[in-house]
Design a protein around this ligand. Structure first.
Ligand code: SF4
Length: 373
């Protein structure tokens, strides 16, 4: 079982908080496409198992790709990989691009899961974040998706925004949970140095982020998602009727995946590698038949740290059996010694593993750091 991720690194404009690798200069698009097709050829042996269970187009803004371009990518992938009959094919899209025609094309091409970058249902907040769509566009994209037969729809929301108070956040959550979505990804606004948000905060044009505000938003999110029948299966991810993101869940379970395109990461068990985050370097290197990437062999302690960090974020939790059988007696003992320092209200013990409680989720990073080797 394996997964493939395609990174499409172009956007119409840059959102205020965005730290993903994306450029707004689309003169590179056709060269990017050529390079991507060549990268598929060059790297088709990366995965031992060529039966693909999950395919994910992310970015950037993959919904800027037209139907011919997507078809070319799929055709090339199918030369080297078989798509499992249960393939989960996720496509990230911005609301303003989801017309009925475009959605019908996506459906015809086999997309069966949409991840829509809604971020907020409030026009003032969308404008503050420098998103290109309105709340009405977001709702319209959902209506269009439903009428085209999509029944597995995820939306993204951002919380912890100082300009939005608790009442406004509650209203946004009520709206989100009233919609026929199967999945919600919600992320706290963070400030990265190379973003417009950082510059605006430095210039006092936007208020500093407030950690307590984000914590309160997250608590409300946990409460309202529970009341609405959504399972918080990973700290930032919520699913109705077990419609989890199988692609992302495979990452957290340590299943190999191949990432294609600039800045995409790949993992095959013993090692991890990542492509250069630079479109022109990517195109130039691929044209010479060289994968523009760096890689690292994962030591036992690196794998242990990663296992603990990722699993603590999920409802699977950290399994004592896995720690004992895969990481050996020394790391197993280290985990137990360190775990004895964790406050009891922050975890429960289920199925021979440690799972964070709602209170514990607020301190997940700190707890993981305590457990690292
Ligand atoms: S659309 Fe997504 S990838 Fe593009 S700038 Fe906005 S947040 Fe970043």
């Amino acid at each position: 079982m394996s997964g493939i991720y395609i990174h499409f690194p172009f956007c119409k404009s840059k959102c205020i908080y965005c730290n993903f690798y994306s450029v707004i200069n689309n003169t590179y698009t056709s060269d990017y496409l050529k390079s991507l097709l060549k990268e598929i050829e060059l790297r088709h042996n990366y995965l031992e198992d060529t039966n693909v269970k999950t395919l994910y187009f992310g970015g950037g803004t993959p919904s800027l790709l037209n139907v011919v371009e997507i078809s070319k990518i799929l055709k090339k992938l199918k030369e080297y990989f078989s798509f499992d009959s249960s393939l989960e094919f996720t496509f990230e899209a911005n609301p303003e691009q989801l017309s009925l025609d475009y959605l019908s094309d996506l459906k015809r091409l086999g997309v069966n899961r949409l991840s829509i970058g809604v971020q907020s249902f409030d026009d003032k907040i969308l404008s503050l974040l420098k998103r290109k769509h309105t709340a009405a566009d977001a709702e319209k994209s959902l209506t269009n998706a439903l009428s085209c037969g999509f029944d597995n729809i995820s939306i993204d929301l951002i919380y912890g925004i100082s300009e939005r108070d608790a009442t406004m956040w509650e209203k946004e959550l009520q709206k989100a949970f009233s919609l026929p979505i199967t999945h919600l990804s919600a992320y706290s606004l963070t400030v990265e140095e190379n973003t417009l948000l950082y510059k605006k905060i430095q210039k006092h044009e936007i208020a500093q982020l407030d950690e307590d505000h984000a914590v309160n938003d997250y608590k409300l999110l946990l409460k309202m998602s529970r009341e609405s029948g959504f399972d918080n299966y990973e700290i930032s991810n919520f699913a109705r009727n077990n419609m989890i993101s199988r692609h992302n869940f495979a990452y957290w379970k340590g299943i190999p995946y191949l990432g294609l395109g600039p800045s995409a990461h790949s993992y095959n068990g013993p090692s991890r590698q990542w492509n250069v985050s630079n479109i022109s370097k990517y195109i130039e290197s691929i044209s010479l038949g060289v994968i523009p990437c760096e890689s690292e062999i994962l030591s036992l302690s690196m794998r242990y740290n990663e296992y603990v960090m990722l699993r603590l974020r999920t409802s699977m939790g950290v399994s004592l059996d896995v720690l004992k059988n895969e990481f050996g007696a020394t790391l197993y003992q280290h985990f137990l010694d360190q775990f004895s320092k964790i406050q009891k209200s922050h975890y429960t013990f289920q199925n021979n593993g440690f799972v964070l409680t709602e209170e514990g989720k607020l301190y997940a990073d700190r707890i993981a750091a305590t457990l690292f080797i």
